[in-house]
Design a protein around this ligand. Structure first.
Ligand SMILES: [Zn+2]
Ligand SMILES: [Zn+2]
Length: 211
């Protein structure tokens, strides 16, 4: 899998482009900036963008989804149904963040842990429901790469004081669903630097030995 990282999104949210080198099938993970850059790379590398995998419904992760859909009409915008309530609150989200209201992205499909038909080339995309930062927050596992949204960060975890947030749920999600994955999996979070499951198990102050 090839990954391109676009870290300059609104409020520091990261947009990822991930694609299979062989078949050139690709996906965008969250969408908050860099549509023109993505368009250039997609053209140059001849990538077929299949999905926009939305980790959760906070404005900083869907900021450019409508523009993405306009640029790539075939792309399927996917989110967990339990985060639809956040899209309905978009105007309030934007007001609270002090930004102009954004166009609510159109959603083409809903995902949950029973979703088994997503793939890039011969690599399946596994949806892991990790509530706690929001009700319908998910992580996407592709091969040995995990996109963790605002659930797990390098050395931290997502905040739980927003709508639908829960400290006990996020801790449970991470402990039971992420820390049981292969330790060598590389984690690409919604903000900040990448990390690994192994590193977070040992050093994340919310869970690690230092706790
Ligand atoms: Zn965020
Ligand atoms: Zn968030």
């Amino acid at each position: 899998m090839e990954i391109k990282i676009f870290p300059n999104g609104i409020f520091g949210a990261i947009t990822y482009l991930v694609y299979d080198k062989k078949t050139k099938e690709g996906a965008i993970v969250d969408c908050t900036c860099a549509i023109e850059e993505i368009e250039q790379i997609v053209k140059k590398e001849n990538i077929h963008l299949k999905y926009a995998l939305i980790t959760h419904g906070h404005f900083d992760h869907v900021y450019c989804v409508s523009k993405l859909k306009k640029t790539f009409p075939q792309i399927q915008i996917l989110i967990h149904k339990e985060d639809m309530y956040l899209l309905d609150k978009m105007e309030t989200q934007c007001t609270m963040a002090g930004i102009e209201d954004i166009k609510i992205p159109c959603i083409d499909g809903l995902v949950d842990e029973n979703t088994t038909n997503l793939c890039l080339g011969d690599k399946k995309i596994k949806v892991i429901h990790t509530s706690g930062h929001s009700k319908g927050g998910v992580c996407y596992l592709i091969d040995n790469i995990l996109f963790s949204g605002d659930t797990l960060f390098q050395g931290s975890i997502g905040r739980c004081d927003l709508w639908g947030g829960s400290m006990s749920e996020i801790e449970k999600s991470i402990k039971e669903k992420l820390f049981t994955l292969d330790e060598n999996i590389i984690v690409y979070p919604g903000h900040g630097d990448s990390t690994t499951i192994k590193y977070e198990k040992e050093y994340n102050p919310y869970f690690g030995l230092n706790r």
